[in-house]
Design a protein around this ligand. Sequence first.
Ligand code: CTP
Length: 403
Amino acid sequence: MANSLKGKHIIVGISGGIAAYKAPMLVRLLVKAGAEVRCAVTEHALQFVTELTLETVSGNQVYTELFDHRNPHSTEHISLKEWGDIMVVAPATANIIGKMANGIGDDALSTLLLSFRKKLFVCPAMNTQMLESPAYQRNAATLRQDGAIFINSTCGELACGTVGDGRMAEPEDIVELIERSVDSENDFAGKRVLITAGPTYEKIDSVRFIGNFSSGKMGFAIAEELATRGAEVILVAGPTHLKTNSPRIHRIDITSAREMYNAATENFSSCDAAILSAAVADFRPEHEADHKIKKQNDSDGMVINLVQNPDILATLGSMKRDGQCLVGFALETDNELDNAKKKLAKKNLDFIVLNSLHDQGAGFGHDTNKVTIIDRDGSIIFGDLKSKQAVATDIANHLASII
Ligand code: CTP
């Protein structure tokens, strides 16, 4: 394993469960792996593990109180969240998971978690009944959708005397999973990826257009994911209010399909891969009026002649040279798999991501999506409903396995 944790700033959040006795071992292993560690603990956790132990193994002061009487102006939860690259909550009780899922910040740890926006690992530990309770399942699902990475509990003897699921994963396994996740962080370093995202607007006249309901969220999530993993991203974006965060994303804002076509074809040859997630309007009005079209007569209808827009994906498919990887999306309502496979072959793609409008919570405007990845060799991966961020990770992982 590469020395991926060397120099990383890791905050270990410890909540009040019996598994807190394993937290010093986790801290020790992280420090041994080269990380700098700070601990944030709840009052209940201090019933199971002492501040002195954590200070000794981490070599740093332990963060226990929201309001520090010694320094009433301190906003430790702000400076600590900026300091940390990664946060791991181990053990994560049902209580802290409930607070995290619902935005409650009533102590040092929960307040810090509320403001922490980077890589977050959650290591649940509780008894089986709590783990299986609908409330916990709901909260865990919410957190997953928000992008938290769960390191699942295992089966074994529990503190309550029973045997079942709910034991916190072993510290060695937690460290290995964190290392593996960090290892994949830079797997796109040196790669350039073109992404199209959002809708296109096709002008009818100076005030009206033909558009669609695409929000651009899926394409923007892919752009952020790839940039975080080291890629230079060229994001050709249709009209959307979304913002980009990474400085490695070079954004080209366009309005119409033809503008998107120009930006994509100009940039594709310098890229290692392209992912075309935009919902491109297939047709545009034949004539675009340069003034507002007026009603002619109260009862008259109106006919707009439409002509086809160029197919950007198919064009890139015909330009593709050896070593370049091309990924398309397919939005289907009928014969989904068959139609997606046909698009994959016809547009010369390496894989295609199939969205279905039948699935609740998936598709336009939602923060979640459910996709199926179909490969050139015919293999199919069926995904679950997850956050668009998690779907972006799956797509990036698949792309990484090809390029
Ligand atoms: N696409 C494109 N340019 C177009 C139309 C579509 O680049 N003019 C891309 C989309 O970004 C997507 C893929 O082609 O990656 C499939 O889009 P989709 O709308 O599902 O299919 P179409 O090819 O437009 O075919 P149809 O409308 O017949 O389903």
